[in-house]
Design a protein around this ligand. Structure first.
Ligand code: ADP
Length: 233
């Protein structure tokens, strides 16, 4: 890992706070989080429900903005940008995969995976999608609809859609949460392979101990903060 650490970190958070305001009620979801994920690292973010994991992931994805603090993804500071620039960052720099696959039911597998590439204006979207499906071992399923796939296949297709533009970072939120343990392991093995073979940086929220064990490093959160053990790294 030492050689990887010499480049620009894939993810950098410096003293990040996130406060949700709903009328008079304020919830401090993140209270001064600092964290670095090196390029090419595979990191699991663990902690009890409500400790701020999804909030942290959404901030790194540029889906929401921090109340205070700085966030950089692949060296690009998130914050000073317009919504359109953050949308571009989400498409080109981070891939996102969630617990539920978020595929469009009326589009075929190939059309679903092409969509991010079409939105990014790529004329070779179809070819990019076919290559992405091959890389997650479902190249033969392009003409099916999501309802015609197993849960594990749907997650593979969701991963293909997330990496179709070859982003350097993949953010994963409980991707094995709805899968049985054997299918979950297949998806975890796939993510480990993409990490090892392509140097894809993976930052994955999980409750699952097996999923956490397949990471290079586990970051533990509690009450909106990273526990001290990891802050020393
Ligand atoms: P986790 O992913 O670890 O379960 P979350 O990041 O979802 O935790 O939530 C952290 C805290 O922020 C919780 O107290 C939760 O209720 C609160 N929270 C999350 N999202 C919102 C929101 N959109 N509005 C208000 N409070 C929220």
């Amino acid at each position: 890992m030492t050689s990887l650490e010499q480049g620009i970190p894939a993810i950098e958070l410096h003293d990040v706070f996130k406060v949700y305001k709903e009328g008079p009620i304020e919830t401090v979801a993140l209270r001064g989080v600092s964290l670095k994920v090196a390029t090419g690292e595979n990191v699991a973010l663990c902690g009890p429900s409500g400790c701020g994991k999804s909030t942290l992931l959404n901030l790194v994805a540029g889906l929401t903005l921090p109340t205070a603090g700085r966030i950089r993804v692949a060296g690009v500071e998130i914050g000073g940008q317009t919504e359109a620039e953050r949308a571009a960052l989400r498409r080109e720099t981070v891939g996102l995969v969630f617990q539920s696959d978020n595929l469009f039911p009326r589009l075929t597998v190939l059309e679903n995976v092409q969509l991010p590439a079409r939105l990014a204006g790529r004329s070779n979207a179809r070819q990019l999608a076919a290559t992405a499906l091959e890389s997650v071992d479902v190249g033969s399923l392009g003409s099916r609809y999501p309802a015609q796939l197993s849960g594990g296949e749907r997650q593979r297709v969701a991963i293909a859609a997330a990496i179709v533009l070859l982003p350097p970072v993949l953010l994963a939120d409980e991707v094995t949460g709805e899968l049985d343990s054997r299918t979950g392991q297949v998806v975890l093995d796939l993510l480990s392979r993409l990490n090892r073979e392509r140097g894809l940086t993976i930052f994955a929220v999980t409750h699952n101990l097996t999923a956490a064990a397949s990471a290079d490093r586990i970051v533990n959160m509690r009450d909106g903060a990273i526990r001290e053990l990891e802050m020393a790294e």
